[in-house]
Design a protein around this ligand. Structure first.
Ligand SMILES: [Zn+2]
Length: 473
């Protein structure tokens, strides 16, 4: 399958609707699960309390934050294909070995290595103004003197298609969709350049995919259509996009000079797989995960340092507390998520013939703010089991089950094969303020919220890995 097709599937998946678990359905859960299983799940209260005590008040208090802080301060941004990413992977392996967990393997794969160079946009007409920008992943370069062209502003693809090719030919297209949800709006970043090139545009700009801004452009991945010319693609801030829109609406001519340089090659990176072997069914897997790579801007503390460290902590805490579940708990640190789930696709392909062993797969990649519950894909019975487990987390208000056909980013590649899974549902209203910007730093993270996420993530994982029934498909 071409990478372009994969991206389209991913986008389709992201579009899939999310819905809160309705109480009506919960009533039918009782019949589906039966009294014995409900009782069994409730009996994990003590283990949950043990984990909570250890993380919220005991030796692990603030540990997730402290380790994340050391990691982020040491490595900073960890772009796909970079040496710093590989060094950070080695560091995480060493950190895990220090916990006397030695079932660690890495799996090599080819990843894109796109390096941002000079980036500059100057508005020349109707007045001179510098426009802040961030090139999008894989963007091609401009000639050294840049591209100077008139701007046409469109709200969406429909508006673009209504324009004649003559209206777009030789111009810079600016998409200025208003952020609704990430899934709905991000298509203008991922496909904007490809669609504009079809119409003969010479470059493509997008209003950053974010609900809030202090003049910060947000980068992200994008994909070209191989049948059309590859044109330079960048994001500009909400403020500048709105300025250009206002000028455009007044019928004034906007001319920009846009200069971008970058290099692009392939490198080798690694997925990291850490196993805490199950005591009865070691072949069966409950996976927790986060991605270790980040964008080149910011420090990758939130995206996805937080998710990486709560998923690192789960097997570590079980090991420290001598909690060995029936099934294996596998922690995966995905590589090269940001340039198109590259690590996840490689893992799925390599492990396809053993995918029947994945009992449940989890990922945290949408923030580690206060946990609220899980976003769950699976059959009705699978969701009923998870909903019953989530009842154990009422004390921290993390009992909500949100239904989605495709939770998470990396794990969507595995879930689309019918494997049940979940991503962390958290109070992440501010997530897209910082996402893919220079603002993704340790200042976004909180020790208390991370402790809650770690305690919740570890306890949920332990219970799913240990209960008498598999999560059904
Ligand atoms: Zn991420």
């Amino acid at each position: 399958m071409s990478f372009y097709t994969q991206i389209l599937i991913t986008l389709f998946i992201i579009f899939a609707s999310e819905a809160k678990f309705l109480p009506k359905k919960c009533n039918s859960c009782k019949a589906l699960l039966g009294d014995d299983l409900i009782k069994e799940i409730a009996s994990y209260e003590n283990v949950k309390n043990e984990i909570f005590k250890y993380v919220l008040e005991g030796d692990f208090k603030s540990k997730t934050y402290d380790e994340l802080e050391k990691f982020v301060d040491k490595f900073g941004a960890r772009p796909s294909g970079s040496q710093v990413l590989e060094d950070s992977i080695d560091y995480m392996i060493q950190l895990t070995r220090e916990e006397e967990i030695n079932d660690i393997v890495t799996e090599e794969l080819e990843v894109p290595h796109w390096i941002r160079g000079t980036e500059k946009i100057t508005m020349l007409e109707p007045r001179v103004k510098e426009i802040d920008l961030l090139g999008l992943g894989r963007s091609v370069t401009t000639p050294p003197e840049g591209i100077t062209a008139e701007v046409v502003v469109v709200k969406n693809f429909e508006e673009l298609s209504e324009l004649s090719n003559k209206d777009v030919d030789g111009k810079i297209v600016l998409y200025d969709p208003i952020f609704t949800s990430y899934g709905e709006t991000v298509v203008y970043r991922t496909q904007g350049a490809a669609r504009a090139a079809e119409k003969g545009a010479v470059a493509s700009l997008v209003r950053s995919i974010a609900p809030f801004s202090i003049n910060s452009p947000h980068t992200g991945s994008q994909t070209y259509n191989e049948n059309f010319e590859k044109i330079p693609a960048a994001a500009i801030s909400l403020e500048d996009a709105d300025l250009l829109r206002r000028i455009y609406n007044r019928g004034e001519k906007i001319v920009l000079n846009m200069t971008m340089s970058s290099t692009y090659e392939s490198k080798t990176s690694r997925n990291t797989i850490i196993d805490l072997k199950g005591r009865d069914n070691p072949e069966k897997l409950v996976i927790v995960s986060g991605h270790i790579d980040s964008w080149d801007v910011g420090q990758g503390a939130m995206d996805d340092g937080g998710g990486l460290f709560v998923s690192w902590a789960a097997p570590v805490i079980m090991k420290r507390l001598n909690l060995r579940p029936k099934r294996t708990v596998r922690s995966i640190f995905w590589t090269a998520e940001e340039l198109g789930l590259i690590g996840a696709y490689a893992y799925e392909e390599k492990h396809r013939n053993e995918s029947h062993n994945i009992n449940f797969i989890m990922e945290s990649d949408e923030g580690t703010f206060t946990p609220l519950g899980l976003i769950v894909a699976g059959t009705q019975k699978a969701r009923c089991i998870i909903a019953e487990i989530l009842k154990l987390f009422k004390s921290i208000n993390a009992s909500t089950l949100v239904e989605s056909d495709s939770p998470g980013s990396d794990i969507s590649v595995i879930i689309r094969n019918g494997i049940p899974g979940a991503s962390l549902h958290n109070a992440n209203e501010r997530y897209f303020w910082f996402h893919h910007t220079e603002g993704d730093t340790m200042n976004v993270e909180s020790p208390e919220e991370l402790d809650l996420c770690t305690a919740f993530w570890t306890a949920v994982t332990y219970i799913i890995a240990d209960i008498s029934v598999d999560i059904p498909r």
